[in-house]
Design a protein around this ligand. Structure first.
Ligand code: ADP
Ligand code: MG
Length: 386
């Protein structure tokens, strides 16, 4: 089921009575979510993710705008008539009911032609339970299960009516790290198997990036960017999105463009061709550094951290916005690093420029520029390949 949000807006009276006025939790959202996809709705706490989800499922009424499921305008429909399955962070299972009873609960209230016999309900519950692999736990009470198992029950309950749309609001937040990984893979599998259009809300960029077909990044109620996870990572529209995606985070420097050259501090670090003279923020992804004795950018070396597969060079720079700069390089390259300073060439497509006022991206064509001496580039490719 395709979902279309048209000028969707939600204003709440400010909870802080002293400040008064309204809080715009969702501001003029326009998105088209394709049928059968898993969408990650991503942003920091308080940016309006839950409100957006509650508008889609009908728990909140929009101040303005429309919601369509396929061709149907569902804006005025009650939640129970929208055909949505909902899963929250805190499972919200009935503690006195068994797994079986929790899953069949949404079916008990069906009336008229939809009314089911006990046997039909049991069959539906078993089908949903099998999908989330808890069919051998049907007689347990929630208190006799792990958090991960309880969340599976909640997912089975959301699926038992075969919803048109599945909405998950931070479903993994109450699970420990290992279960979180496992359960998110499960959600991906279940979504693929059922083909139900799913919106997955999270503040965790890695979670969203790892399982979503598309991510929607929002900030203070405003949609920032929508796209495939890798595309958004590789081509962020503004500094907020660039900083929000990626772990370790992007490194941000204050820089200056003069005569088509980018300067960080006194050093000329790259050609940026067509960009006019101006101050800029320079974002450099941790994987965008090529260590080289003649490198263009000099950083003050703090330490080299070897963490399993990755070697991370931690350094500082007076023009850096953060206390430390992190570069991820190959173990081979790291072998030569030591002393007071470390020098890098920059991979042009891993470097983004932003306006210092608006923080919007400033485009330049990285392909057209000769930024890395051939020898350094070849050595880097070789080391990555090994
Ligand atoms: P998120 O889920 O991204 O953490 P929310 O959608 O819960 O964000 O909240 C977005 C904003 O709307 C916050 O500023 C929050 O305080 C405000 N808000 C949410 N619900 C209400 C409400 N019922 N009344 C007043 N303000 C609300
Ligand atoms: Mg929330």
């Amino acid at each position: 089921m395709k979902i279309v949000l048209e000028h969707l807006t939600k204003k709440f009276p400010n909870r802080n009575k002293k400040v008064g006025g309204f809080v715009t939790a969702v501001s003029d959202f326009n998105i088209e979510i394709p049928d059968g996809k898993l969408i990650g709705l991503l942003g920091p706490s308080g940016c309006g993710k839950s409100t957006a989800l509650n508008l889609i499922c009908g728990l909140e009424k929009p101040t303005e705008g429309h919601i369509y499921f396929g061709e149907d305008d569902v804006t005025k429909l009650q939640p129970e008539n929208r055909g949505v399955g909902l899963v929250f962070q805190n499972y919200a299972l009935y503690p006195h009911l068994t797994v079986q009873q929790n899953i069949t609960f949404p079916l008990e209230n069906l009336r008229g032609k939809d009314k089911m016999t006990k046997e039909e309900m049991a069959a539906k519950a078993l089908e949903a339970a099998k999908l989330v692999q808890i069919e051998n736990l049907m007689e347990r009470k929630p208190s006799e299960m792990s958090g991960g198992q309880q969340q599976r029950v909640a997912i089975a309950r959301a699926l038992v009516k075969r919803p048109r749309v599945l909405l998950l609001d931070e479903p993994l937040s109450n699970l420990d790290a290992r279960l979180r990984l496992q359960t998110r893979e499960e959600i991906r599998r279940i979504q693929r198997e059922t083909g139900i259009t799913t919106i997955f809300v999270t503040h965790d960029q890695e979670e969203a990036m790892s399982i979503s077909d598309m991510i929607v990044v929002m900030k203070t109620g405003v949609l920032q960017q929508i796209g495939k996870p890798q595309e958004v990572y590789d081509d962020p529209v503004n500094l907020f999105v660039a900083k929000f995606l990626g772990n370790p985070a992007i490194n941000v420097f204050r820089g200056e463009v003069k005569n088509g050259k980018l300067y960080i501090g006194e050093e000329e670090v790259m050609n940026v061709g067509s960009v006019s003279d101006r101050p800029v923020y320079v974002g450099i992804r941790p994987e965008g550094f090529i260590p080289d004795d003649n490198g263009a950018l000099t950083l003050n070396l703090t330490r080299v951290e070897v963490m399993g597969r990755d070697t991370s060079v931690v350094s500082t720079h007076p023009a850096a916005e953060s206390e430390t700069v992190r570069s991820i390089i190959s173990a081979e390259d790291a072998a030569g690093i030591g002393g007071e300073t470390v020098r890098f060439f920059l991979k042009p497509y891993k470097v983004f420029l932003f306006d210092t006022e608006t923080e919007e991206r400033i485009q330049f064509d990285p392909e057209a520029e000769e930024n890395i001496p051939l020898e350094a580039a070849e050595a880097a490719v070789q080391n990555t390949a090994e």
